[in-house]
Design a protein. Structure first.
Length: 217
């Protein structure tokens, strides 16, 4: 079982979930993260110790050169690992939203909402989730979580338009310091990756069944 690679505080956190599927998802993602990091660091997954930022984002101890972020939605989870800069990732299953304009108006900046609503009806859901995942990837990269309002910065969302930050609190030069990538992980999901700096090459590994993580020593 993946519980054997988790720290006691992670097991305790898993037990706090009221629903079994959420508990199982947490154990799976944390266990997979530990196994992957253990392979990069050449240590047993159980010996990894995380430290936490002021907003709860987990980090490796400073002696290790890697940064990571993780996300899950529906039946899919993803983990990003980098060696030279903090990274943020978000993943969302694309699904119907009955109040898509109201949700966008509440969370997105006015320009994004207007841009989304200018699209044909059949393209709005994909645009919404492109926008959402790009925004979430950025705030996860800076470690602020929901403490940064989603309408304080703007991202692109049009189909066939490269993912990028347009401005951060109206500052376009600050936005230019960041790179956004769309990730094509599955046909019915939107996913994005964010980090500060010029574009890096990405290695995206195929989706694997959770059972692949159980064969650890």
């Amino acid at each position: 079982m993946l519980e054997r690679v988790l720290a006691p505080e992670e097991i305790a956190r898993a037990q706090q979930f009221s629903f079994s599927h959420l508990r199982a998802s947490f154990i799976l993602v944390r266990g997979a993260l530990r196994i992957l990091l253990g392979r990069y660091l050449h240590i047993h997954p159980n010996s990894i110790r995380f430290i936490y930022g002021s907003k709860g984002k987990p980090y490796l101890e400073p002696i290790f050169p890697f940064h990571f972020n993780m996300t899950h939605s529906g039946n899919l989870a993803a983990i990003a690992i980098t060696s030279d800069c903090p990274v943020g990732m978000d993943l969302e299953r694309i699904r119907p939203l009955s109040e898509i304009q109201q949700i966008a108006s509440h969370f997105f900046c006015a320009e994004e909402t207007a841009e989304m609503m200018s699209l044909p009806d059949e393209e709005r859901e994909s645009a919404f989730f492109r926008c959402w995942t790009r925004k979430e990837a950025y705030i996860k990269a800076i470690g602020e979580g929901l403490y940064t309002p989603l309408d304080s910065f703007r991202v692109t969302l049009q189909p066939n338009t490269s993912a990028r930050l347009v401005h951060i609190e109206k500052d376009t030069s600050a936005a230019d310091e960041w790179t956004l990538h769309d990730l094509c992980l599955a046909s019915d999901y939107a996913a994005a990756l964010a980090y500060r700096g010029q574009p890096h090459s990405l290695s995206i590994f195929p989706i694997v069944d959770p059972g692949a993580f159980f064969g650890i020593s």
